[in-house]
Design a binder for this molecule. Structure first.
Ligand code: MN
Length: 236
């Protein structure tokens, strides 16, 4: 049952807010269901994190939908961390759900694309990794998913190459390209749909290129994926 649309229910606490993102050049909004994130999807980033860059099956974690930071908003430095990292990423917005989606059909399930930051409490993630614990405390904290607007496939097609860049205070820190993705968009969608039933409104953050690093209050992060969009986020 969808409690967002059934206003006759006698709810004992306030209902969760529907999370949405703007659709570019439109007054329409994209409703967000889940946020899936791919780990280690660029070889150079896998190496910098101390892992083998060989193509192993993709792995996933999730951020809660309400961790999204809207375009133009500032990023509040989170609690309980002294090592908060940026990870600039290409984002797939699912328009049509499904399970066990074939690679050849996968792009038909895409509504559009955006760009986003997978902000990470690296110190807490490191402790979790070391102890074999889940990653939520490192990955799914408040405001940890700054996002751009969503750009419909009808406008921009399916970008398969284009620079993925992140500057901090004007200095270039990350400089990858979509064509360096180990698992391409259609492969990620296909693989993920074998593990979860994809739904309209799902977002998939496809991983980050090398060059991740820490930010402090006052820093300005400018991220872009050429052919899709750019975001500028100030750490406060
Ligand atoms: Mn990431």
């Amino acid at each position: 049952m969808n409690i967002q649309t059934d206003l006759s229910l006698d709810l004992v606490v306030d209902a969760p807010q529907l999370v949405t993102l703007p659709v570019a050049e439109s007054d329409a909004r994209f409703p967000v269901h889940r946020i899936y994130c791919v780990g280690r999807n660029y070889a150079a980033h896998a190496v910098e994190m101390g892992h083998d860059p060989e193509k192993e099956p993709p792995f996933f974690f999730q951020k809660a939908p309400d961790t999204i930071l809207q375009p133009g908003e500032n990023f509040p430095y989170p609690a309980q961390s002294e090592n908060v990292h940026y990870e600039m990423e290409h984002v797939i917005a699912i328009g049509k759900g499904g399970s066990d989606i074939a690679v050849a059909d996968a792009l038909d399930h895409v509504y559009g694309y955006g760009v986003g930051l997978d902000m990470t409490r690296r110190d807490l993630q490191g402790v979790a990794k070391k102890m074999g614990r889940p990653w939520e405390v490192g990955k799914s904290f408040e405001h940890s998913a700054p996002m751009s607007a969503i750009h419909p496939v009808a406008k921009i097609g399916h970008p398969a190459e284009g620079a993925v860049t992140l500057k901090v205070n004007g200095a270039l820190k990350q400089d990858g390209d979509l064509n360096q993705l180990i698992w391409k968009s259609e492969e990620v969608i296909s693989y993920l749909s074998g593990l979860f039933t994809l739904q309209p409104g799902d977002l998939i953050m496809t991983g980050t290129p090398a060059g991740v690093g820490a930010v402090v209050r006052g820093d300005v992060m400018e991220g872009a994926v050429a052919g899709i969009d750019a975001i500028a986020v100030t750490v406060v």
